[in-house]
Write a protein that binds this ligand. Sequence first.
Ligand code: ADP
Length: 390
Amino acid sequence: METIKLRLGALPLGVKIFISYLVVIFVGGIVMLTTAEFVAPRAFERHLAAMSAAMDTPVREDGDDSTAQLDEDLFVNFRAAVNEAITLAAVAATAIAILVSLFVSRQVVAPVQDMMRASRRIAEGHYDERVRVVGDISLEKMDELSQLALSFNRMAATLEHTENMRQQLIGDVTHELRTPLTTIKGYMEGLIDEVLPAEQDTYQAIYHQADRLSRLVADLQELSRVEADAYKLDIRAHDADIILQEAASCLERQFQDKGVTLHLETAENLPPVLADRDRIGQALINLLGNALQYTPSGGHVTMTASLWKHHQIKITVIDTGIGIPSEHLPHIFTRFYRVDKSRSRAGGGSGIGLTITKRLVERHGGRIWADSPGPGQGSVFAFTLPAARL
Ligand code: ADP
């Protein structure tokens, strides 16, 4: 039994379809023959009786040998005719089954084989491989195989995108790690060859680079957690004012030390905001930290919370700092993107903070954007969060 199952399983789909047709024809033939065997004698009797009545001949007596022989001959002929008809019908049905199974298998098997070939190519690393989608483009008008082909292509596109991101990430990370590592190596070689003085400044410079490396690794770790949605958000209704105050108090000292003032403005009668307090606090601290970093001493930073369309709350961080040239605005949320590479690097920036912030806001169902009137004229970072229904 097991071997039959295995053997059937290994047969091509076209052959399986053909066998299924044959089984239907065979069973149909058997049923027809058996039924004919039971029904034919009585049908024949009825037919004879009707014929006799029509010809107005007396009903035959039992035991009349010549008529009994005639009846039997007639019945044998009748049965032979029925069997012949059934056999002919079965042969015709088998021929049609061959044609139909060839047609159906071409319709079914060809796309499946197409997908098999494409999946093998993708497994070999050719992520740009796609299958042909036949039929109407709109989903409702497609048959299941075309829908499957469409899903397959979508899956292939996602794989291709992920693979590109992976390669780009490896390239970016390698690039980011190389600079501090090369600097540390240079200092160490200088110390070994005694061309650099073994003093406080040298150690300080090495420490600074090592610190940059460890911050970069921590940022990357955080980014991978956020991008993998590894956090389970604890969404509750919070007073927006409290969230702003908490973020401000975290960086209060740094603002004072640099001589940048920080204001909070919250609109009146604001409904509570639906957010994970820690995660949104983290996003806000990233924006506030940037505002502080890119605003010279004597500047101002303002945080506001106000009602936004479609029952949302808008939180903004406005600074009077160095601003962002308009051509850079579309890219600043991209991983490792820095407007002024040397300035950001010197400040220890990894170019990951805004990517993390964007992801956190989007996971809350919000949107984030940046604006700036131009270099030297400050920047505005704003994001929305859903408001709680009162
Ligand atoms: P970084 O750690 O380098 O600051 P971010 O992802 O936080 O990385 O920011 C990306 C880039 O966006 C920064 O390198 C900087 O050029 C620019 N940027 C971010 N915030 C501001 C701001 N408030 N003012 C001016 N430029 C900013």
